[in-house]
Design a protein around this ligand. Structure first.
Ligand code: PMP
Length: 415
């Protein structure tokens, strides 16, 4: 296994050296990568771990009675254990490897939804959801005749909890919401929402794509029933993510995809299915990527999720101070800092977000412009698109300075 580096005292500059990609010039300027909300960069040890698997013990899991397959199976299942511990799951059996958050939510909407949702049932979402936590529920509603309800937001991009009380009824079967908005940065009061949902008999699914990478997440403390997240947003590889679910709920669910590895016995007319989690992992999984996700968890733990959260919070405060003085800049999302993460979506008066991003790119600053897969939210914000700068553990205050200076340049160019 590759050597591991630890960071007992957080030092973003040393930590940056662990991310080879950050050490490069873009358009003649040092890269300032401010798009981790879309996909994060990978530390050397995660890249090494993936390479080590392919170079040394690549083999299919759970089948081969030979050394390489046993080694791959051991590492794959050990990674499941690491992921389970990382999110406070009661058992590794509660963790299903998926391709990403999107697949995890589709798994629930299809397998749980197909078995439990009937015509007239209600599914409660919020207007700040990513498309991946809207479209699977729309598809389920269309198939079953269920109805979707949406919790709205206030002027600062916080959920209107009165909507929750108004819309939550005994017909509501599931509340599916994002833990942290990928646009507004809002951190939602998910524990309180889970308490109210459970009091009504509804389950709670958390889209944790933007929270698991950035803060300590413990499923028992949050009192959720399902949690979905992606490896690539938390310094891990693409092609691997996870669904956590309460064991009794998972065990009662029928499969999502059918095929190899998810069965007990196959006959010509019918089959019986494997136990959880294999029941939900049909076909050959992303073995190396899952193992590297386990390594990613070790990496994040070596820095410390509390430390990461505090570093990002300091960056958020610093960046907002620098950005708030840029004339014509409107920042979307809460101005109460404890209610938000370090994802800053903004509009610059009179300039299209794509132009903002293109000028910043010429300065070596990578930000995202568009609807960030949240079209309903942008409709409410009354803008077709926003520019988004998102900070992570490897970002430093100088990059917020460069962002502010870059925005001044944009203003001058488009004045
Ligand atoms: N939910 C949220 C809040 C996200 O930010 C994203 C990624 N932008 C997703 C879901 C979807 O993640 P993935 O594309 O990895 O499935």
């Amino acid at each position: 296994m590759p050597a591991t580096a630890t960071f007992p005292i957080f030092d973003a500059l040393s930590l940056r050296r662990e991310f080879p990609i950050l050490n490069q010039q873009i358009n003649g300027k040092p890269l300032a990568f401010l798009d981790s909300a879309a996909s994060s960069q990978k530390p050397r040890r995660v890249i090494d771990c993936l390479e080590d698997y392919y170079r040394r013990y690549n083999a299919n899991v759970h089948r081969g009675i030979y050394k390489l397959s046993e080694e791959a199976t051991f590492a794959y299942e050990r990674a499941r254990g690491k992921v389970a511990k990382f999110i406070g799951a009661a058992s590794p059996r509660e963790v299903i490897f998926t391709r990403n958050t999107t697949e995890a939510i589709n798994l629930v909407a299809n397998a749980w939804g197909g078995a439990n949702i009937r015509a007239g049932d209600r599914i409660l979402l919020t207007v700040m959801e990513h498309h991946s936590n809207i479209v699977p529920w729309q598809m389920l509603a269309q198939r079953t005749g269920a109805k979707l309800d949406y919790i709205g937001i206030d002027g600062q991009g916080r959920l209107v909890l009165d909507d929750l009380d108004r819309l939550l009824t005994e017909r509501t079967k599931i509340v599916a919401l994002t833990h942290q908005s990928n646009v507004l940065g809002t951190i939602n009061p998910v524990r309180l929402i889970a308490e109210r949902a459970h009091a009504c008999g509804a389950l709670v699914l958390l889209d944790a794509a933007q929270s698991v990478p950035h803060m300590a997440v413990n499923v028992a403390e949050l009192d959720a029933d399902f949690l979905a997240f992606s490896g690539h947003k938390m310094c891990g590889p693409t092609g691997i993510g996870a669904l956590w679910g309460r064991r009794n709920i998972l065990e009662a669910m029928p499969p999502f995809l059918g095929g190899g590895s998810m069965i007990n016995l196959v006959e010509l007319e019918q089959s019986t299915y494997a136990d959880v989690p294999s029941r939900f992992e049909a076909g050959t999984p992303a073995i190396g990527e899952a193992i590297a996700l386990g390594e990613t968890v070790d990496f994040l733990n070596s820095v410390g999720m509390e430390t990461i959260y505090h570093h990002e919070h300091e960056l958020l405060c610093y960046a907002l101070d620098r950005l708030l003085v840029v004339p014509g800049l409107i920042i979307h999302g809460p101005n109460t800092l404890e209610e938000r993460g370090a994802t800053i979506a903004f509009s610059l008066e009179g300039v299209h977000p794509h132009d903002v991003a293109a000028v910043l790119d010429s300065e070596g600053i990578a930000v995202r412009a568009g609807h960030h897969c949240a079209q309903p939210l942008h409709r409410i914000l009354d803008v077709p698109a926003t520019t988004r700068a998102s900070f992570y553990l490897y970002n430093i205050p100088e990059e917020a300075d460069r962002l502010a200076v870059g925005l001044e340049k944009v203003r001058k160019l488009f004045a």
